[in-house]
Design a protein around this ligand. Structure first.
Ligand code: ZN
Ligand code: ZN
Length: 239
């Protein structure tokens, strides 16, 4: 163990003594150094069966390798999608806490995604690098942090992968998409992203929520143009 690793381990042990893990949902003691108790963990809306291409929930067994009808008709510009949870109670509330600056909520959600990915890693190769989908600099300044960047940081640590920051950039601010349909979102995001330099051949794009896929689609097109050949899209929750 390198001296710096043993220092990190020591710091983590000390932090666990000072701040024992506490469930962010009910206040009970956390389990296996997560801020989540076993009961609340079991109650989370885990995304089990889903389209392997776009993570759209499907009524299939979790292990079935299925592609939804939409992806068969019009394949997205990414090759695989993983999301840990459905975007239903209590996930939206946790996500709002995270975006308001509760970094513990963000770290918990990120670690749940990391656990899901570790299960998948036994069956298929992991990407060479993680690339967060960037917020526009103005929005990042207003919030004080970039949520996708932090999620990518936790995943990189937990999975032992490289994280490439600042390689995918927002070229312009886009209007908030909450009330837009899929076609409006696509128009809103056209040419919203660009890449700085070349990207590795196999990457995963990271974002907090996978809604219509318009953001991942726009980011994947920019990543393809920068040399990425196999692109996965990873998110905490699928709406
Ligand atoms: Zn709990
Ligand atoms: Zn699909």
């Amino acid at each position: 163990m390198r001296p710096v690793d043993s220092l990190v381990t020591l710091a983590r042990r000390l932090a666990l003594r000072l701040y024992p893990p506490t469930c962010l949902l009910c206040g009970a003691g956390g389990e296996s150094d997560l801020d989540l108790c076993a009961a609340c963990r079991a109650d989370l809306p885990w995304l089990m069966g889903a389209c392997g291409r776009c993570a759209l929930p499907l009524p299939v067994a979790p292990s079935a390798a299925l592609t939804c009808g939409r992806c068969q008709r019009r394949p997205p510009p990414f090759d695989a999608a993983v999301a840990a949870l459905h975007y239903t109670t209590p996930v939206p509330a946790l996500m709002r806490r995270y975006k308001r600056g509760d970094l513990q909520a963000g770290d918990l959600l990120s670690r749940l995604l990391a656990a899901r990915l570790m299960g998948l890693a036994e069956r298929r190769p992991l990407p060479q690098a993680l690339v967060p989908v960037p917020l526009h600099p103005g929005r990042r300044r207003a919030r004080g942090f970039d949520q996708a960047e932090r999620i990518a940081g936790v995943l990189a640590r937990q999975l032992g992968l490289a994280r490439l920051e600042g390689r995918l950039v927002r070229l312009r601010a886009t209007a908030p998409q909450r009330s837009m349909d899929a076609a409006e979102r696509r128009r809103n995001l056209r040419h919203a992203f660009g890449a700085e330099g070349r990207l590795p051949a196999h990457i995963a794009l990271i974002d907090d929520v996978h809604t219509t896929g318009a953001t991942f689609t726009a980011a994947a097109l920019a990543a393809h143009a920068a040399g990425a050949a196999r692109i996965e899209v990873w998110s905490i929750a699928r709406a």
